[in-house]
Design a protein around this ligand. Structure first.
Ligand SMILES: C[S@@+](CC[C@H](N)C(=O)[O-])C[C@H]1O[C@@H](n2cnc3c(N)ncnc32)[C@H](O)[C@@H]1O
Length: 224
């Protein structure tokens, strides 16, 4: 798997623009609490970690020490370039901070790791964008070792009311500018349908994010 570059690149001009502005767009939410949410969530990571859609690497500085291995599965070439740069910066500042890591060009619906090879899978702000969440969650189940868990922080459809109506109305246009992102995904139902125990997943709110605010945070385990 080392050095694998799967030919799933979608990146062209808009991909580069999104990657270039991504951290700045999220900066306010990160300061308002998203960064703290990442730290709290990722404190639960252990062993061999696979992250799907790591983007520019916003989670890297929040991972706990002592992990065994890190596989970063990112289909966007522009995101991967920024991810590699952030990895290098973190390593330069503290060589022991992160475990051996590889950046893999692949899709979350076809994760290039063997069955049961991950103790932790991480997805944050990704299931909103994947074309087929059920396919990705089936892959997460496949790669998780017995006793392993999925750590997730995902914005989702609102329970109802004005925010839900706004999400439904905005999603067709939003998908086009935000690389397939749906504001109205029912990710809790998708997790249950995929065979995950969601008792460790809580309703949450991403601060300062408007219709992107309603969220889920926590850990999900495959039901055996
Ligand atoms: C909104 S960004 C989230 C980045 C990062 N996880 C975070 O928390 O800031 C969505 C990321 O998911 C990636 N992505 C989109 N479709 C994907 C797929 N099918 N499989 C894996 N990653 C995907 C995008 O390239 C992008 O890096």
């Amino acid at each position: 798997m080392a050095g694998t570059e799967v030919a799933t690149d979608r990146g062209r001009g808009w991909d580069r623009v999104v990657a270039a502005v991504y951290d700045r767009v999220l900066a306010g939410a990160e300061r308002a609490g998203l960064a703290a949410d990442r730290t709290a969530l990722l404190a639960g990571a252990s062993g061999r970690v696979v992250e799907l859609g790591p983007g520019t690497g916003a989670n890297l500085a929040h991972l706990p020490r002592g992990l065994t291995a890190l596989t970063l599965v990112e289909p966007s070439p522009a995101m991967r370039a920024r991810l590699r740069a952030r990895l290098a910066t973190l390593r330069a500042g503290d060589p022991e901070r992160l475990p051996p890591a590889e950046v893999v060009a692949a899709d979350g619906a076809a994760i290039p790791v063997p069955d049961g090879a991950a103790d932790t899978v991480v997805v944050t702000l990704v299931l909103c964008s994947v074309p087929d969440p059920a396919a990705v969650l089936a892959e997460v189940r496949r790669v998780l070792a017995p006793g392993g868990r999925l750590l997730l922080l995902e914005h989702v459809v609102a329970a109802g009311g004005r925010t839900r109506r706004l999400q439904r109305w905005l999603t067709p246009a939003w998908r086009r500018v935000a690389q397939g992102c749906h504001l109205d995904r029912d990710t809790r139902s998708a997790l249950v349908a995929a065979g995950f125990d969601v008792t460790g997943v809580s309703d949450h709110r991403i601060p300062g994010a408007g219709p992107i605010g309603p969220a889920l945070i926590g850990s999900a385990r495959p039901v055996s």
